[in-house]
Design a protein around this ligand. Structure first.
Ligand code: HEC
Ligand code: HEC
Length: 461
């Protein structure tokens, strides 16, 4: 079928036909057509591609950078315990509340730095070393790693923050600490809890090294096609310096270092130089002086990377992410055909294939063109994906275009990990008021062969 000839019944197309100048006017709000009817496309997601070709450093690092990356990857994998006294878990600072005990535990698959593995590590950590946590019903042994946020506070005002699943109460390294888990049963009964799954971290140094001007140019390059398809979008920006924020499901976070400091404190309870204060201050639960992680002020010698040994864990971890290579593509003939389908359907209006970094002090990040399949902008994805939480310029229905690189080796999809099927993930883009409705109508009208090729392309990434 020639995709150019597909006609789909929404007002934008009628408007384009009848009043082209009106429809393309920059002044008009973008059309938000109704969702297309769901259709069984009759094609199955081929599933996770085998082969763990991920997790290494960028090519072209200097030997000092390479040594730093290797040492920093160990820090990323290090397991935290409460006071660092448990063999094999010598990093102190876990808790009092936490979602897991290492970055690499959640960012695990297909290699350290990725995302949810097939077996959820949160099950084992819940009762590790005598901890007495109950597993909330949204955490399953073969489900995605999940982090929970509450929509509202008890008094009805907006909350939006992360409520850690677990506490250190009962652990052998936390004698006397007595705190209880959040009341998830009530939160679920009141429809007050939403979930986020980990995003993969490969290649994020390239994203960080992309100047705002380049992101805006890539965003504007397909403006005509976007307005034709009802796609709009806007960037999330920092309330402090006004530049584009680009990390996290809602592009809510500015830099890899800030994300690291925040994740270390929020996910693991490890205070650090960026987020120096404990989130839970209950008496009897503080076992280490603050911050748990900091820069070494003394001299460090006789190690492979003295620079890494001198730096804080946070700086090491952020630098590991900065120097991590993007996922490799394993292309096939079907995947090459599928790339054309991706373009013909209009997926690339949001999932922009190529971005370019600026000049960087790290040679391997300087003026590089890379392929994240994202504009790193926010789009109104309609009612079906609304999580009712605002972060910066993103409201509940706004999501950052999920970068599709590495998709071939991803197990769970969408911000809450609701599906492991690519077709379901694509069709879930449609919903009341979603900017993607026009594109998903085209997807639903494509032939089986076209969809099979499209899926082959996505699983080659
Ligand atoms: C309990 C599981 C868990 C742990 C532990 C964890 N993360 Fe994450 N990570 C997540 C989730 C969930 C998100 C998505 C957060 C969001 O956008 O709301 C995320 C997102 C990120 C992102 C954003 C990437 C992007 O695509 O923009 C970075 C960077 C990150 N994590 C780094 C870290 C680092 C560094 C550590 C260790 C200090 C860490 N994470 C520990 C679950 C985890
Ligand atoms: C209007 C912008 C837009 C268009 C058009 C669009 N997407 Fe997306 N896509 C998104 C956003 C935003 C998300 C994240 C949504 C969420 O997690 O709630 C996403 C998520 C995805 C995911 C899941 C990725 C993950 O990390 O879980 C896949 C797969 C995907 N898109 C494929 C496609 C394909 C294929 C097309 C074309 C048929 C398409 N998208 C068109 C914006 C878009």
């Amino acid at each position: 079928m020639n995709l150019q000839k597909i006609r789909f019944p929404h007002l934008a197309v009628l408007a384009v036909v009848l009043f082209p100048s009106v429809a393309f006017s920059q002044q008009q709000p973008p059309p938000h057509p109704n969702p297309p009817p769901v259709r069984d496309v009759g094609v199955t997601d081929p599933g996770v591609r085998s082969g763990a070709d991920a997790g290494g450093p960028l090519t072209g690092l200097s030997s000092e950078e390479w040594k730093f990356f290797a040492a920093a990857l160990d820090v990323f994998k290090a397991v935290n315990s409460v006071s660092g006294t448990i063999p094999g878990e010598e990093d102190p600072g876990l808790g009092p509340r936490f979602n897991h005990n290492s970055c690499a535990g959640c960012h695990a698959y297909p290699a350290a730095g990725g995302t949810s593995p097939p077996a959820n590590p949160q099950i084992a950590v819940a009762t590790l070393h005598g901890a007495r946590n109950t597993i909330p019903p949204f955490i399953r042994a073969n489900g995605p790693v999940r982090v929970a946020r509450f929509v509202r506070n008890a008094d009805g005002t907006p909350d939006g923050g992360v409520h850690d699943l677990f506490t250190i109460t009962g652990r052998s390294d936390a004698p006397g600490c007595q705190i209880v888990q959040p009341d998830f049963a009530t939160a679920i009964a009141q429809d007050n809890v939403i979930f986020r799954i980990p995003t993969p971290l490969f290649g994020l140094g390239l994203v960080e090294a992309t100047p705002d001007a380049n992101l805006r140019a890539a965003f504007n390059a397909n403006a005509a096609l976007k307005s034709q398809l009802g796609v709009a979008g806007h960037f999330n920006t920092s309330g402090n310096d006004g530049t584009i924020t680009r990390f996290g499901w809602k592009a809510q976070n500015k830099s890899l270092l800030i994300f690291t400091g925040e994740a270390y404190n929020v996910e693991q309870g490890v205070t650090n130089e960026l987020f120096p204060n404990e989130r839970e201050t209950a008496a009897g639960c503080a076992f280490t002086p603050a911050p748990d992680d900091s820069t070494t002020l003394g001299t460090v010698a006789n190690v492979a990377s003295p620079a890494s040994a001198h730096a804080s864990d946070s700086f090491n971890i952020a630098t590991m992410m900065k120097l991590a290579a993007p996922p490799a593509v394993v292309s096939t003939a079907a995947a090459q055909r599928g790339e054309r389908v991706f373009r013909d359907l209009g997926c690339q209006t949001c999932h922009v294939p190529a971005q370019t970094t600026g000049q960087s002090t790290t040679a391997a990040l300087s003026n590089v063109t890379y392929h994240p399949y994202s504009d790193f902008a926010l789009h109104d994805m309609g009612g079906g994906l609304n999580d009712r939480i605002s972060q910066g310029d993103a409201n509940g229905r706004d999501w950052r275009t999920a970068p599709l690189w590495g998709l071939g080796q991803r197990i769970f999809f969408l911000h809450d990990g609701r599906t492991n099927d690519l077709v379901t993930a694509i069709q879930a883009h449609a919903g009341n008021g979603s900017e993607a409705n026009g594109v998903i109508a085209r997807f639903n009208a494509a032939t089986r062969d076209q969809i099979a090729d499209l899926l082959a392309f996505l699983r080659a990434l």
